[in-house]
Ligand binder design. Sequence first.
Ligand SMILES: NC(=O)c1ccc[n+]([C@@H]2O[C@H](COP(=O)([O-])OP(=O)(O)OC[C@H]3O[C@@H](n4cnc5c(N)ncnc54)[C@H](OP(=O)(O)O)[C@@H]3O)[C@@H](O)[C@H]2O)c1
Length: 382
Amino acid sequence: MRGIAILGSTGSIGRQALEVIALHPDRFFVTALTAHKNAALLFDQVRSFRPRLAALTGVSSPVPIPDDLSFCSFRFGPKALEEAAREAEGQDVLAAVVGVAGLKAVMAARAAGKRVLLANKETLVAGGEMVMNACPAGTLLPVDSEHSAIFQCLQGAGPNRYEQILLTASGGPFRTWEKEKIKSATVEQALGHPTWNMGAKITVDSASMFNKALEIIEAKWLFSARPEQIQVVVHPQSIVHSAVKFRDGAVIAQLGAPDMKVPILYAMSYPDRLPTGGKELDLFAVGQLTFERPDAEKFPALRMAYQALRQGGAACCVLNAANEEACFAFLAGKIPFGRIPEIVDAALQRHASLPARSLSDIDRADALSRECAKAMIQATGA
Ligand SMILES: NC(=O)c1ccc[n+]([C@@H]2O[C@H](COP(=O)([O-])OP(=O)(O)OC[C@H]3O[C@@H](n4cnc5c(N)ncnc54)[C@H](OP(=O)(O)O)[C@@H]3O)[C@@H](O)[C@H]2O)c1
């Protein structure tokens, strides 16, 4: 039995994690659950999965707790995320919150000797080197579908190092749109992902391809890749979840129906594989798999990821923070879609060479980048 704390249990990843846990009560039990503000769903989840600890991280003063939940200790406020990561019983912490808010909790989980199952890519993008230094082999398992695919492809590689990572991307809803039309896309259009059903932020990131930018950076850290070893391949069917190429030319890929339950459960049960209850891949129904080069003109996010990686220091943290601000401003109707890459680019130009040696360095870079992004957002609204 593995005890699992789920940070962000009310989100898309968190809810799917609970669904696979419910399928395997002989293998997993829930030790802690956290939500930001969604108290009603958190209470339901606590009622069903009976963790000893739960937190509402976006609520600073205690809210009334239903009488039948007295077996669970509730915490409130942003610090409660770290507390849940550190204090939950059991070995595993699934980091499924959205944004850099997960970084300190991941560091707290590692300081307490927990294994981290990482969906929350922004944590690794912002804190890359520091996070990896805290995570010796086997203590950080990828949940992001592409990185889980790469991880799965590398099982059995023995001493052979890969030469190239082929990081697949659906291309999002604007893959076939003209550049000018993309700039004025609406929130509803950006939220219409063709193949994946996910939380709002990652769906908008997929439309701008900042999701793929974050994943390039995530792949660099998880697999010690040089930027030039990571090739983005647009694959609209989302069946090949990524691949690796070896020096003999062999390419090993992982395929499956687009279903996050597979990578979530693989990280939880690794190295075992368990049924997910999801739809199986039917290659005859899929028929054709196609691959395209990404269009760097239409989607400048990819160029910015490579640029930030080459700059080093806190550049990736700056990219992430500006993108978080711009993405949520777009969702709130404050800026047009086309402004997102402009805001990230400006933050990168302005704060190109900050250090990222410690949490306080990262906090500072994150704050400066957000300040720059917010000023641009305000100027857009004026
Ligand atoms: N969804 C996917 O298919 C998918 C695939 C690969 C990777 N990921 C990554 O997994 C992470 C979660 O994505 P998601 O789509 O599941 O997001 P989501 O549906 O928006 O859920 C986010 C979760 O985090 C909580 N939360 C929001 N803001 C928070 C904050 N400031 N501090 C602490 N908790 C906060 C939310 O609580 P409330 O419900 O109370 O707001 C919710 O439980 C992201 O980093 C994303 O990039 C997601």
